[in-house]
Design a protein around this ligand. Structure first.
Ligand code: 6GU
Length: 227
């Protein structure tokens, strides 16, 4: 999969997208990350990317021209063009799965008061938010989405770990995990996990998942029970 990011702050992506699982996915060519600095696509001497809003009001608006130029410099034929905005549809696991099947995703990160509406009307296929709170820009939301989408690309998590039996995907929250030692400061690992009885362990994990979901996320629990 290829992911292009249009941003005024490409350096924000270097750390988070260069480490651990996502970093390895890039190194192994399972994911191509194309970071584009919108400022590089200005045609004025001062590389100005924003201006005052027509009609007045606080803040600045990102101008259409640099963003149009940037988008015209790449192949957007088979692409979803995603604008990060608190006004968008709220991101969830189903959307992550849907986006993970695309060949090219383009993330447009707004800053200040956002981008000129004509960019959205002309280019954007999806407006997405990551939750009901306001951030200073679309970069962190884009990284959140890239992380959750990239880990669903076949091969990214490796063969042993599967996203299919973890929290949310199944509709339930995950059971608790323990590792050595079996006793730590007087606290014991549940006996059943040391038993070697795989059927019993499965049952215990399922029971715990149900219990934790019912306690912590009654909304998910009700949905699961209705399926
Ligand atoms: Cl996508 N952008 C901004 N600025 N704030 C947000 C958001 C996006 N999602 C939640 N809050």
């Amino acid at each position: 999969m290829k992911i292009s990011v249009l941003t005024l702050f490409p350096h924000m992506f270097a750390g988070p997208m260069g480490e651990s699982i996502i970093g390895r996915a890039v190194d192994n060519n399972l994911l191509e990350l194309n970071l584009m600095n919108i400022r590089d696509y200005t045609k004025n001497k001062h590389k100005k990317v924003d201006d005052y809003p027509y009609g007045g009001g606080a803040g600045m608006v990102m101008q259409a021209d640099p963003i149009f130029n940037a988008l015209e410099s790449i192949d957007t034929k088979n692409s979803r063009i995603i604008y990060m905005t608190p006004k968008g549809k709220v991101f969830n696991q189903d959307l992550a799965i849907e986006f993970s099947k695309e060949e090219h995703l383009v993330f447009l990160c707004g800053h200040y008061e956002g981008v000129d509406q004509r960019v959205i009307d002309h280019w954007v296929t999806d407006e997405v938010s990551i939750g009901d709170y306001v951030l200073t820009g679309g970069e962190l939301p884009a990284m959140v989405m890239i992380d959750s989408i990239a880990r669903m690309i076949p091969g990214v998590l490796g063969q042993k770990v599967s996203y299919m039996d973890e929290s949310i995907y199944s509709g339930l929250l995950e059971y608790p995990h323990y590792t050595r030692p079996s006793e730590y400061r007087g606290m014991l690992v549940p006996e059943v996990l040391l038993s070697g009885n795989h059927k019993k362990i499965e049952q215990w994990r399922m029971d715990k998942s149900l219990e934790i979901t019912r306690e912590k996320r009654p909304d998910l629990y009700k949905k699961y029970k209705k399926l």
